[in-house]
Design a protein around this ligand. Sequence first.
Ligand SMILES: [Zn+2]
Length: 490
Amino acid sequence: MTNFEVRQYDAAGRLGELTVPRAGVTVETPTILPVVNPHVQTVAPATLASEFGAEILITNSYILHGSEDLREPVLERGLHDLLGFDGAIMTDSGSFQLAEYGDIDVTTEEILEFQHEIGSDIGTPVDIPTPPDVDRERATEELATTQRRLEHAGTVDTGDMLVSAPVQGSTYPDLRERAAADAVTTGLDVFPLGAVVPLMNEYRYADLADVVAACKRGLGEVGPVHLFGAGHPMMFAMAAALGCDLFDSAAYALYARDDRYLTVQGTELLDELTYFPCHCPVCTDHTPAELDGMDADQREELLARHNLHVTYGEIRTVKQAIRAGNLMELVDSRARGHPAMLDGYRALLDHAEQLERTDPVSKDAFFYTSNESARRPEVHRHQDRLERLPVEGDEVLLTEGSSSARYDETWGVLPPFGPYPRELADTYPLTAEVPDRTDRAAYEAAANGVRRLVELHPDVSFTLVHDDWPATALDRVPDSVRLRDLHARD
Ligand SMILES: [Zn+2]
């Protein structure tokens, strides 16, 4: 069973193809599933397809199941006809309602069979969305219930409908990792990471990064991975770099209802905008004041359209970044939008070695764009690689300047990577563009590389010629290394 294929990686981010057999479509990922409320459609599903290029959307089967006016029509006509959408339709099960109201009146078997009957392409069992920060005992117990239901879901006959296996475990990384590994054993098809909405609502992006990284450790490279309830474009790049493939958004519609305007850096209130910082048709054709003067329904629809343009635009930006190999530069740029995003980015970099496993060995260029760049996966990989690079001779020069015949061998030194054999100078990532006025983090990372090399070769005598490194970097270089400043006179 392979309904998901990865075409290209960048960090743990993936350009992939999700084949949805029941819909007869292949969806390119990463992508966003707009949430369509069966009762209230701010933007019609047909418009989502024709104007925004939506290939897949999500709606709630639990609402349809319990609806007096829609239950019979959807059973009779099918979901695609009811919503007027030809692409893939995923259905949620009511777990959200369970989390909100504490009780729902269907079993996993009933709701999966109902989803199958109405023609859903990707169904979802009733899992238990355990919120963040609960005590460990509760998280463990609820996880056991979710796992039993997923195993049961794997035995329900749902034809060629794909079935998702939500991963829970609250904010316990070890529980998340184990839940993810158990979810894989069920043989189900799509892996939503559940109950992360409270983290996003509270701007806890660092905790979110830790949860996603833990789930990914358990999942390995299966997929697709769905960050359930993630609909704000400001975090798509970060989540994609951690290995999320699917997002879903009610935000475009919910925010529009409250006059909130999405951007890739955060959320603005319509009445605080004098100018629209966006090139979409809505923002090109109107001013904030014009929208403000419209009646509520018209304003809501136009804001929803803007929100969708930004959302799909950011998905395309993320895909292009993976294609070009500069997703980490995009994450770095998006992290500047809000201090909480910067926390998320820094937490993501705590998992750089995990991201390194799928990061391509060669890419177009490495741009050093912030002191966080010093912690990128490429820096870890280069320094790990020192273990496999031979050092010839007893007297070795490591220098940011030119070679010297007085030494048996000369290596180059490039912050943030550290020492490298000269013959590798033209290979990625040593072709990096680093600012001339670089920062302490880059020098310190390079010094770590020097220390690593020196510790690997205790019998070699090293001299380091550096270009005015700060004391905090030089302190990291072992005492046995002779130091010279590149511009000091002999
Ligand atoms: Zn716009």
